[in-house]
Design a binder for this molecule. Structure first.
Ligand SMILES: [Zn+2]
Length: 404
């Protein structure tokens, strides 16, 4: 087997910014990317997603997907995305196993330089995170009361009204939906307002109760209970000429470790946590009046992966492939317990019920539920994951129960 010196590996990586290796395989997100700072975001090339959680940083020479946990450097990317061996990847980047080793001083100098760049990048990331939370707070402050608005029509249409408790929802009659488009001859896509329409807002908070971000759902006032359906003018048309729809929900702020707290009794020892707010509000409405309701908090994990937290490793999806024709990587069943930004479950919780929707990819959902179980089960706490039937979520179940 070929061996490359550490210095040679570093030289190879220094010659190829990681964004230049990954760039040809993704579309950088205009809203979050800052090319001048070597900070790039895209939809993940390893797992299917509609909003960008794949982060690529030139100063750190690392990529990391907050959705599936895929992470590594230039070499790792070529191995995992293109299926190259380690040696093939290094040589594809111009590496030479016979290269002269560097002097000890030069190695130390390079290591110090790498550490300095990493520190700078981390400080910068923290500053941007705080800015993003401040922007999210401005959006949340646009919201007003829901009752008597088109927003109430949506909530009622989902079978969630009358609601026994007051949910922390706000309504905005005209909320801008920002989108991005490619500009010919320009590397960076440009942002524009695709439409402006009625939307419901929910606040996300961290474990200490501080504001983390805002969750937005654009609704269709003409069809109570339905989200807005707007075609994505930038997407490739389907075979029938229609275009895929834009996501009717967005989240701004900092997501990891944050939850939407729909209802928290003063004292509780049971916690129900779903991926979306409608699916989590459904058991709340269904369980109202039962003894169990009195001791249950209903929180929303915001995203499926947030529910299980970071995985130690990704696993190959048994059926789905990535754009390079290799098995799609999804975060595996074993939790990374050192992850400081996993959702914190309060000690008072003796019974934890993570909900998995049946309308997401089942294999991916099962990995998340297994991870949540392994992460949160303790001698004092039972974790009982619940999976909705295939093709359904817990809101479908509530509505079916109501009409039956
Ligand atoms: Zn990913």
């Amino acid at each position: 087997m070929k061996r490359f010196s550490d210095a040679e590996l570093q030289r190879v990586k220094d010659r190829h910014p990681i964004s230049s290796i990954i760039g040809p395989h993704v579309t950088w997100d205009r809203a979050k990317t800052q090319p001048g700072k070597g900070d790039f975001w895209a939809c993940c090339p390893f797992h299917g997603e509609k909003s960008p959680s794949f982060h690529c940083e030139d100063p750190k020479q690392r990529y990391h997907c907050f959705g599936c946990g895929a992470a590594g450097d230039q070499i790792r990317f070529l191995q995992d995305f293109k299926g190259m061996s380690f040696a093939e990847a290094v040589e594809a980047l111009g590496g030479d196993a016979e290269a002269e080793p560097l002097s000890a001083e030069e190695v130390a100098r390079q290591a110090a330089e790498t550490a300095r760049r990493r520190e700078q990048a981390e400080a910068e990331a923290e500053r941007r995170r705080r800015e993003e939370i401040a922007r999210a707070l401005k959006i949340w402050n646009l919201g007003g009361r829901v009752s008597g608005t088109e927003g109430a029509g949506y909530v009622r249409g989902r079978g969630l009204l009358p609601c026994p408790v007051s949910l922390p929802i706000r309504f905005v009659p005209h909320l801008k939906y920002w989108h991005q488009r490619k500009v010919p001859g320009q590397k960076k896509p440009e942002l524009f307002v695709l439409f402006s329409g009625p939307a419901l807002l929910l606040p996300a908070t961290f474990a200490d109760g501080s504001f983390a971000g805002v969750h937005m759902t654009w609704i269709d006032p003409a069809r109570p209970g339905k989200k807005i359906q707007i075609e994505d003018p930038e997407a490739e048309p389907n075979a029938d000429g229609t275009r895929p729809l834009v996501a009717p929900r967005k989240y701004r702020g900092s997501q990891r470790g944050a939850t939407l707290k729909l209802w928290t009794p003063e004292r509780f020892d049971r916690l129900v946590m779903g991926e979306g707010w409608e699916t989590t509000a459904s058991p709340l409405v269904a369980e109202f009046g039962m003894p169990v309701f009195e001791r249950t908090a209903y929180w929303v994990a915001i995203s499926l992966q947030n529910l299980g937290g970071k995985a130690v490793a990704s696993v190959d999806h048994p059926e789905l492939l990535n754009t390079a024709g290799r098995p799609l990587k999804v975060p595996g069943p074993v939790p990374d317990l050192s992850d400081p930004r996993a959702i914190a479950i309060p000690d008072c919780v003796r019974e934890f019920l993570p909900l998995g929707d049946g309308d997401s990819d089942r294999f991916t959902v099962c990995q998340v539920l297994e991870r949540a179980k392994a992460r949160y089960q303790t001698p004092d706490r039972v974790v009982s994951p619940k999976l909705a039937p295939d093709g359904m979520d817990f809101n479908d179940l509530l509505q079916e129960g109501a009409s039956a």
